[in-house]
Design a protein around this ligand. Structure first.
Ligand SMILES: [Zn+2]
Length: 292
């Protein structure tokens, strides 16, 4: 039983990591019609389509986490309206990592909202240029001006809400796990929005000019994620198929197919670490036996 569950988790994990495009896990439409927006927990709303996009509301405007692919732009706008919020009230845009399926909509969203775009290190470089600088080198996207370049540990604050950036470089150079707390039913819950963990399958791990420190960055990321007190709720940026079974005491909307509880987060990190070990072993082997 336990083994089956581990296999299911691993399968979902591989599906979510092994590609960038529409084939990356199920579409939300296929996962219970979750293109409808909903409140996940506290002041966090799911507004995305195929990939996760979240609105964090405050009395002084809102923060948008990820804009997804360009195809998601209109849907996100209509979802925000459907929830009763004003798109013009988006003041800050942040992101999980600078791959097109999470930031392709940034330029258009900034044009509509005028929001301040915040990004970390190498991801800020990628967003500004529109060129993917991650180890895999995926497709480019519309460049977007960056208003604030942050470093590991920096915070973004709006209307009494603070999100702290944990640099999780490896998947992309400036992948960022954003962390905050929310109130729900009189309790406080720690929340982490997924940044990224390990490089995509097929990304060269050695002598990769796009991201020369990809191995060291990934190893440091995995260490940090393991050392972290697991968040009560981990919000992924891809739907999980099947959705995670959550701690029933966690007060999240049951439609959340991107949600992991604390135990799920631990398993997830263990899964990506195992996957990276295998990738590294394979890369080291082929480095020793070139031409094979
Ligand atoms: Zn990615």
């Amino acid at each position: 039983m336990r083994l089956i569950r581990v296999l299911v988790v691993l399968n979902a994990l591989i599906a979510s990591m092994s590609s960038y495009g529409a084939a990356a896990g199920p579409s939300f439409q296929g996962a219970g019609g979750a293109t409808e927006p909903f409140r996940v927990i506290g002041n966090i709303y799911f507004v995305g389509g195929e990939y996760g996009s979240y609105l964090i509301t405050t009395p002084q405007g809102h923060i948008l986490h990820d804009t997804g692919s360009a195809d998601m732009h209109d849907l996100i706008l209509s979802n925000i309206k459907k929830l009763g919020f004003n798109v013009q009230d988006i003041k800050i845009m942040i992101s999980s990592h600078a791959h097109w399926d999470h930031v392709e909509g940034h330029a258009a969203m900034k044009r509509v909202t005028g929001a301040q775009v915040v990004a970390l290190g190498g991801d800020a470089v990628a967003l500004r240029s529109g060129q993917d600088n991650s180890a895999i080198g995926a497709k480019s996207f519309d460049p977007v001006p960056i208003d604030r370049v942050i470093e590991d540990g920096d915070t973004v604050t709006l209307g009494g809400v603070t999100l702290r950036a944990l640099w999780t470089g490896g998947h992309t150079q400036g992948a960022t796990m954003w962390m905050t707390t929310v109130q729900e039913g009189g309790k406080t819950y720690s929340i982490a929005f997924r940044g990224g963990e390990i490089p995509n399958d097929g990304a060269p791990l050695f002598n990769n000019p796009r991201h020369p420190s990809v191995v060291a960055d990934t190893q440091r990321t995995l260490l940090r994620l393991k050392e972290l007190d697991p968040p009560d709720l981990f919000l992924h940026n891809h739907p999980q198929n099947p959705p995670q079974k959550l701690d029933p005491s966690l007060p999240v909307d049951p439609r959340c197919v991107t949600c992991f509880d604390a135990a799920g987060f631990r398993k997830y990190v263990a899964g990506v670490e195992a996957r990276f070990k295998a990738m590294l072993q394979e890369a080291e082997q082929s480095r020793r036996t070139p031409g094979q």
